[in-house]
Design a protein around this ligand. Sequence first.
Ligand SMILES: *Cc1c(COP(=O)(O)O)cnc(C)c1O
Length: 382
Amino acid sequence: MTIKKGKHTTCIHQGQITDEQFGGALSPLYMATSYPFLDVEDKRYPRYFNTPNQEVISNKVAALENAEWALPFSSGMAAISTSLFAFLKKGDHVVFQNELYGGSYHLVQEEFENYGIEYSFSKGLEISDFENEIKENTKVIYIETPSNPLLSLTDIEAIANLAKKHDLVSMIDNTFASPINQTPLDFGIDLSIHSATKYLSGHSDISAGVVAGKKELVDKVMYKGRNFGGNLSDFMCFLLERSIKTLALRIEKHNENAHFVAQELSSNPMVKKVYYPGLVSHKNHELAKRQMNGFGGMLSFDLDETLNAKIFQKKLQMIKPSMSLAGVESTIIQPSLTSHALLSPEERISQGISDNLLRFSVGLENKEDIMADIEQALKNIA
Ligand SMILES: *Cc1c(COP(=O)(O)O)cnc(C)c1O
C-alpha cells in the first residue's frame, strides 16, 4: 500500500534506492551501461530509460506530478521534442500556445515543416483562441503556463477538457511553476514536461528534462526516446536526485521572495508595471489562485521609459544579468536583447514585450538584500 506523503517527504525519500550493501543514506550511483539479458524481460540500458538511477528520477518526479510514470531526459528540449514527435506524424496538426519558450518556438518553426507536421499558434490565451485553431487532423494541444516572459496564465482545466472533447493529447510545459506550485495532471492534462535545468535542479549546474503522465502515454514517449536518444546519464540522475530533495523547500522560499519583490517593485515610481501572478493587479490572479499552489519565483517588470534597462543591469552588484533562470542565485534578463532580439520593436510591442522589460528570476538570497540591490541600481541611474 502506498501512503500519500507530503511534498517535502516525497522530494527527499520517494524512489530512493536502498543501499543494501553498506546502509548509506543515499541512492548508490550505478554507472553501468551493460546489464544481463538472459531470461530478462525488461533489459536495462541507459537509452532505454530504465537504469536504477534513472528510475529514481522517474519515481520521484511521477510522485510529485501525481503521475503514474516519468522519464528523465538530457535537456528540456529533448523532453519536449521527444514528447511532441511521439504523438505527431506526417500530416498531423498541433495547436500551440502563442506565448512559448524560445527553444520550443524554434523547434516548431525550424523543424516541423521538414517532417510534414502542420501547426497553428493560438491568437491569445482564451479557450476560444485554442478551439478556433483545432482542425480535422489536430492531434496535440500544447500550452505553457505561466508563460515566458510575461507570466500570463492559461486555464489548465479548460484546456484539458477541450483536449478531451476533441480527442487530443494535451501537453504542458510546467517549468516555470515546478510540480510544487502546479500539478497539471490533477486538472486532466496528459503530459507535464519540465526543463529540469531550471527549478528541479535549481543550482545552475545540471542540464536535464522530464516528462510525466499516465504510464501508457509516457511509454509512447519512452519508445520514441529509445530511437532518438536524449536520455539523462546516470551521473546526472544522481545529481538531480540530490537537487530534488530540496525542491519543495526551495520553491517555498522562491515564492516568498518573488512575492515580496513583486510587491516592492509595484510601489516603486521608477517601475511602470510588474507582472507576477501573485499580485492582485495581475490579469490572471484569480485563475492563478485556482490552479497554482504558489505563485512562483519568476516575475517581469517594465522600467520607466526614461530609464536605460541595460545600464540598470550593469549597476546591479549581486543580481546577475545572465541567461537561464531558477537557480538559487537571482538572475535578470532583458528579453528585447535575448529571447526576443530577432523580432522587430513593433513585433515585440504587439506581444506586449517592451524594450525596457526585464525578466527576473528571484533567487534564495535574503529578500531584503535582493531589493536593496535593485534599489541602489535604480538610484544610480535616476
Ligand atoms: C529552459 C526552458 C526550456 C528548455 O529547456 P533546456 O533544458 O534548456 O533544453 C523549455 N521550457 C522552458 C519554459 C524553459 O524555461
